[in-house]
Design a protein around this ligand. Structure first.
Ligand code: DX5
Ligand code: ZN
Length: 215
């Protein structure tokens, strides 16, 4: 069984409340919230204020993905805004353990992410410390990009490591996932599939959600 995490970046922001409610009604497992600083990635998205607004609309687990050069500066603000998990990038903080501790102390689940060109082997030793390992299947910064297939081998490597060491860490994959390639992502060993454009562009969100959950 896979989990589905719609990326709110793919929603129609003029209808944000309705888009969130429609996602909830479809039975999604979590909402994926992409935070960009215009520095770690070449785009700016939204901040804790919007996360707090979403938290007032929805009871769903809020999965915050920080694409920030200085993620630790904002952990507290996002925790207060209602984040249930906070993920930051290994490329921003290659010595991630003190930050993982900070997130835990705020009462949130922890996540570590890698870009498509980062060697997965480098982060394997940290996986036992985090709840979520987020493997990017696009270079972060924008929704609607094409899925990078080489991410699948990183997923398989992480899956093998997690199984071998009996870890509870969930593998999440993010970027360019749709109803078709979702199958290969799940087969490679992903637990959570992020879906922005494909989810919010889909009319029958409940059917799509069921399809992903059945993978
Ligand atoms: C990319 C973001 C992703 C992305 C997902 O920087 O982290 O969450 O927006 O959207 P799609 O599914 O459109 O690639
Ligand atoms: Zn994301």
């Amino acid at each position: 069984m896979a989990k589905i995490a719609p990326s709110v970046l793919g929603a129609d922001f003029s209808q944000l409340g309705n888009e969130i409610r429609r996602a909830d009604q479809a039975g999604v497992d979590m909402l994926h919230l992409d935070i960009m600083d215009g520095h770690f990635v070449p785009n700016i998205s939204f901040g804790p204020g919007i996360v707090k607004t979403i938290d007032t609309i929805s009871n769903t687990f809020l999965d915050v993905h920080l694409m920030l050069s200085e993620p630790e500066k904002y952990f507290e603000a996002f925790a207060k805004a209602g984040a249930d998990s906070i993920t930051f990038h290994y490329e921003a903080r290659p010595e991630p353990l003190p930050l993982v501790k900070q997130i835990k102390s705020l009462g949130c689940e922890t996540g570590l992410s890698i870009n498509p060109d980062t060697d997965v082997e480098k982060v394997l030793p940290f996986l036992k410390e985090v709840d979520i390992f987020l493997i990017m299947s696009v270079f972060p910064g924008f929704g609607g990009q094409k899925f990078i297939k080489s991410a699948l081998s990183a997923v398989s490597t992480a899956r093998e490591y997690i199984n071998l060491h009996h870890l509870n860490t969930a593998i999440q994959v993010d970027g360019g996932i749709d109803a078709d390639n979702a199958v290969s992502v799940a087969e490679a060993g992903a637990d959570i599939l992020v879906m922005g454009t494909a989810f919010f562009g889909c009319k029958d969100k409940a059917a799509l959600t069921q399809k992903v959950k059945a993978l």
